[in-house]
Design a protein around this ligand. Structure first.
Ligand code: SF4
Length: 374
């Protein structure tokens, strides 16, 4: 398979991840946020799948949750209730945000005997937090072992840690090529490739991404070269129609600050003499934080660094309505971007594109405002 075929395959899978998961031939453990250690699920011989929002209207979940939950988390519950994910054997939650905490409680009551696990992340990171979280990770592994009658040896876990490390390295190489203008693709393709890293089988993903990286000349679309380059910052927006709109507005996403994107790819697991659980715990506590976790300094400095490396003209900040932590963090991010002379456009909405016309007008106006800046 060559680069063009690999890109086409990514597009097809992104269009219909459910159909891809149907053929995966392994029991699936689903999760929402990238604080869940996919390495442990892989070591249990199962497939870790981040359940990304689909574009369907929320139906079943509306009877279970009230206004406390944002639409992204309600879509997550809706997919669970619709049994949208084939071969799903269970779901693991973490202490991520209040909306998901509520969804987790509802799902625990409605999971009808399927595997359910809640990872108690420490709310404050102190010296002993790494030990605490590594104990939580061990409990998670024990729970999987007992429930599915599998043995998770440390050797197997180290093997899977190495696989995921390699995947993160490769994805960072991809980011680098796009940032530096070596690989030129549209926003919808960019986000498809990035988001599938936590949905697809890791080995298959790396095989396809390697083909694109090696054959970058054949998939680069030089006609997109002069489009206004942007970064996107958010917890979560994954809807392809949204990214196609950015492309239609003559702009191009070349770097991101997304929960499932660069924040999940950066920081690898480093070997520790205290064993793989400790090493994993250290990595997950030190990853680039979401607004629901640590303070924003590291997130913002990484965002600015990427913006400068990619020479973007501006940042789109996508705020999910009712996401309090992002709302609070936006003012700090906007202020720091302004201090660095990087314009920012705030857009607010749900898990899918609902007001195309209004968004298009704002994107075009933003492009006019920043497009000619040096
Ligand atoms: S968008 Fe915000 S409120 Fe909604 S699930 Fe994500 S972190 Fe929680």
């Amino acid at each position: 398979m060559k680069a063009a075929a690999a890109l086409k395959s990514f597009r097809n899978i992104r269009e219909n991840p459910t159909s891809y998961l149907k053929d995966i031939n392994k029991p699936i453990i689903g999760y929402f946020d990238t604080y869940i250690p996919e390495e442990i699920i892989m070591a249990a011989g199962m497939h870790p799948a981040r359940i990304s929002p689909d574009d369907r209207q929320i139906t079943a979940a509306n009877s279970k949750v009230h206004g406390f939950a944002c639409s992204v988390s309600r879509n997550f519950l809706d997919q669970l209730m619709r049994e949208n994910i084939p071969h799903l054997k269970g779901v693991v939650f973490s202490r991520y945000c209040d909306s998901l905490r509520g969804i987790s409680d509802v799902w625990e009551e409605n999971a009808a005997g399927s595997f359910y696990h809640f990872l108690r992340y420490p709310t404050v990171v102190r010296k002993d937090s790494i030990e605490f979280l590594s104990g939580e990770f061990r409990d998670f592994a024990d729970h999987l072992s007992k429930r599915f009658d599998v043995i998770i040896s440390e050797k197997l876990l180290i093997d899977k840690i190495n696989v995921v490390n390699r995947k993160r390295f490769l994805l960072l190489k991809f980011y680098d090529m796009v940032k530096k203008g070596k690989l030129i693709i549209n926003s919808a393709d960019f986000i498809s490739i990035v988001s599938l890293a936590t949905i697809m089988d890791s080995l298959e993903y790396m095989e396809k991404l390697n083909l694109i990286i090696d054959g970058y000349k054949s998939v680069s679309d030089r006609s997109l070269r002069d489009r206004t380059k942007l970064s996107i910052s958010s917890i979560m927006i994954e809807s392809l129609p949204f990214f196609r709109l950015i492309d239609k507005a003559n702009m191009r996403i070349v770097t991101d600050d997304l929960m499932y994107g660069s924040r999940a790819a950066k920081v690898i697991v480093e070997k520790s003499e205290k064993g793989p659980y400790y090493a994993l715990s250290k990595r997950y506590l030190n990853k680039i934080p979401c607004s629901t976790k640590a303070d924003s300094d590291l997130r913002i400095s990484e965002l600015i660094k990427d913006c400068k490396e990619a020479d973007v003209k501006g940042v789109l900040f996508y705020l999910v309505t009712f996401c309090d932590s992002e709302e609070a963090e936006f003012s700090i991010i906007a202020k720091t971007l302004q201090e660095n002379k990087i314009p920012v456009l705030l857009m607010e909405g749900g898990y899918r594109l609902d007001s195309e016309g209004q968004f298009m007008t704002r994107l075009q106006a933003f492009n006019e405002q920043i497009g000619d800046r040096l």
